[in-house]
Design a protein around this ligand. Structure first.
Ligand code: PLP
Length: 363
């Protein structure tokens, strides 16, 4: 069986280093907001090229806290892709703001920058871009719009650790960015984790307080904050894995290139990228009208695949108020998309087997 993602194999590569670091944290007896957190967030800020990185408990909290720190609330609109994982949208509605959904470019699956301006109103406060499946959103037009209409750019970089657009990493392409370190992400820890990157000193200080009960120093609370911190063990593990992230991402790129050059099945549409460095291939998503049949056929042949995602946010039960809205491209993507295995520990033989099966006619 070729697993969709073999997390045990991924993390076992660093087993010795991880064991030692966890022992170090245990021996120190300091588990939250200590020097592991300081070290990792400084290293991740360096990696992204940003002035600040603040550790939080998960990716959803990261986005949520950014919006809270800007003070956006009831009546404020935030532009966001219709084709995204639901967390992007939840962060907006949890703050009482209104998400304004925009259709994707069907070739890259990312937000179509040409469809944003018509959605801007006097209530628009921010554009949230989502670097979906690991591909940086082309930002040029979005930077122009943000400047023209005085909007903040919030990045959802939860799938794009290390992706580069015009020489800058995701996390450094807007005003503030949320990352997730959920185990399956390109940089994943051994539980939940996340962070926020920004170059804004004032915003960083506010976020640092908000994620820790709104406290600027102990037992002194200046905001109605939350409890959302990256713990020491997760920070220690992430700091180890960060050293290998670029190498892991190159391995993913090689697999993606191999898939794109060798999958030759007329029923399958391959994902496109506009620049090799822009994509870290968190997910390799193909499209086909025969999606369910192809998934079953791959399963019968020992290949595990997943669907990212089967139901778009506006069709979810929790957003009943939007169920009648129509986003044809987003819906088309959700109905036809299928994610093939891709990871830093996949072997050439596994990749070749998958290509061979896909290229063989289904019976
Ligand atoms: C994973 C993910 C999140 C949320 O991250 P968690 O750590 O699971 O809260 C947000 N946005 C996108 C696009 C994601 O893929």
């Amino acid at each position: 069986m070729i697993k969709f993602l073999d997390l045990e194999k991924i993390n076992n590569r660093f087993r010795k280093e991880i064991d030692e670091k966890i022992a170090e944290v245990l021996d120190k007896g300091w588990y939250i907001l200590g020097n592991q957190n300081e070290k990792f967030t400084a290293d991740f800020a360096d990696f992204c090229g940003t002035k600040h990185c603040i550790g939080v408990a998960n990716g959803l909290d990261a986005l949520n806290i950014i919006i809270k720190a800007y003070g956006f609330s009831q009546g404020d609109e935030i532009i966001v892709p219709a084709n995204t994982y639901i967390a992007s949208i939840l962060a907006i509605t949890q703050n009482g703001c209104t998400p304004v959904l925009v259709e994707p470019d069907i070739k890259t699956y990312n937000i179509n920058p040409d469809l944003i301006e018509e959605k801007i109103t006097s209530k628009t406060k921010a554009i949230m871009v989502v670097h979906l499946y690991g591909q940086a959103v082309p930002m040029e037009k979005i930077w122009e719009l943000a400047k023209k209409y005085n909007l903040k750019i919030i990045e959802d970089s939860a799938q794009a650790h290390g992706a580069i657009y015009q020489g800058k990493r995701c996390g450094n392409l807007g005003d503030a960015s949320g990352f997730s370190f959920y185990p399956g992400k390109n940089l994943g820890c051994l539980g939940d984790g996340g962070c926020i990157t920004t170059n804004d000193d004032e915003l960083a200080a506010k976020i640092k307080a908000i994620r820790n009960y709104g406290s600027d120093y102990k037992y002194h609370n200046i905001y109605k904050g939350v409890n959302s911190r990256l713990d020491e063990i997760q920070a220690a593990v992430l700091d180890i894995k960060l050293k290998y992230l670029d190498k892991d991402n190159s391995h993913r790129r090689q697999i993606a290139k191999y898939y794109r050059e060798n999958i030759k099945n007329p029923a399958v549409i391959l994902p496109e990228t506009y620049d090799e460095n822009a994509h870290v291939w968190h997910i390799f998503a193909i499209r086909t009208k025969e999606r369910d049949r192809l998934q079953e056929y791959l399963k019968e042949n020992g290949i595990e695949t997943l669907i990212h995602y089967p139901i778009p946010p506006h069709k979810q039960d929790c957003y009943k108020e939007w169920n009648n809205l129509s986003f044809p491209l987003t819906e088309e993507i959700h109905n036809t998309i299928l994610s093939l295995p891709i990871s830093p520990v996949m072997t050439d033989e596994e990749v070749e087997k998958i290509i061979k099966i896909i290229n063989t006619k289904m019976e």
